[in-house]
Ligand binder design. Structure first.
Ligand SMILES: [Zn+2]
Length: 286
């Protein structure tokens, strides 16, 4: 699919200013993570107008894509979430190509990149990554965001992606009667080998539920969206910290992908978004 000039999709938002106005129409859904805070903390080195537009693009994910479990890593749709992140970042890269002039290209890229950040920030708040003890990023490569295939191993932690009906040779279990956070620990067994199982909470209003019934948990049972969720403050803070780190890493990934596609011209497009290069991550060390 070529470059989709979906300006209509973002309203008449051709400029950062227009996006800034539309930001007021969107508020983070009541159960959602503090995306604005995470994004502005992680990417504080960007120009204020870019950061505002990026935050608007991020938060608009809840309004524009409220029914897409992939956009929020809900319902154990890990393959869909990973594909969503990769597709949105590819969209951002295309928009930063030389054939899409400023400011439209930048505006499109900012919205698409914002959507990808939203999904990745939700990943840590909506899954049991934190409860399983995951204290590293789900992916720290600088290539396109990798697929998360059902019942594959996540290389960074060894967690198994629990999505859809389990293969017959595996047992997938959890203790639903245990208190939090123990009840969120999913175990995948293959003969004598065990590994942790990665799941996310189910959301009724989003079609499609890929969580196998024996280990499924609702969004309410698992989310760490806010510090005020009773009994989950520590987990919320852990999820927030990972979301901030992932968001900074995604800046490096975007820079790499843009350079791969468009060379120095692409790098310069992104450099123009930065207000304080000294506060930007050292992507060569990532
Ligand atoms: Zn969300």
């Amino acid at each position: 699919m070529g470059l989709a000039l979906t300006l209509g999709c973002a309203g008449e938002a051709g400029t950062a200013e227009a996006l800034e106005e539309s930001a007021e129409e969107f508020s983070t859904a009541p159960g959602e993570a503090n995306h604005e805070e995470i994004t502005s903390t992680a990417l504080a080195f960007l120009k204020p107008a870019v950061l505002t537009a990026l935050t608007a693009g991020n938060v608009s994910t809840d309004a524009l894509l409220a029914l897409s479990n992939a956009a929020h890593f809900d319902d154990c749709n890990f393959s869909g979430g990973a594909a969503f992140v990769a597709a949105k970042q590819a969209e951002a890269v295309r928009a930063l190509g030389p054939s899409v002039p400023l400011p439209d290209g930048d505006a499109l890229a900012i919205v698409a990149f914002g959507h990808s950040l939203h999904a990745l920030q939700d990943f840590y708040a909506h899954t049991n990554w934190v409860e399983l003890g995951g204290d590293v990023l789900v992916d720290q490569s600088l290539t396109a965001f990798p697929p998360l295939r059902p019942y594959s191993v996540v290389p960074s932690t060894g967690f198994i992606v629990v999505q859809g009906g389990k293969p017959r040779h595996l047992a997938v279990v959890r203790d639903a009667d245990a208190p939090y956070p123990e009840y969120a620990i999913v175990t995948v067994r293959e003969r004598r080998k065990t590994a942790y199982g990665l799941v996310s909470g189910t959301v009724d209003y989003e079609p499609g539920n890929h969580c196998p019934p024996p280990v499924a948990m609702t969004h309410d049972e698992l989310n760490k969206d806010k510090s005020t969720v009773p009994g989950r403050t520590a987990q919320h803070l852990a999820a927030e910290s990972l979301a901030i780190r992932q968001t900074r890493h995604e800046w490096c990934r975007l820079n790499q992908l843009v350079h791969d596609a468009w060379g120095d011209a692409g790098t310069e497009r992104l450099a123009a978004w930065v207000a304080d290069p000294s506060a930007a991550p050292d992507c060569s060390a990532e």
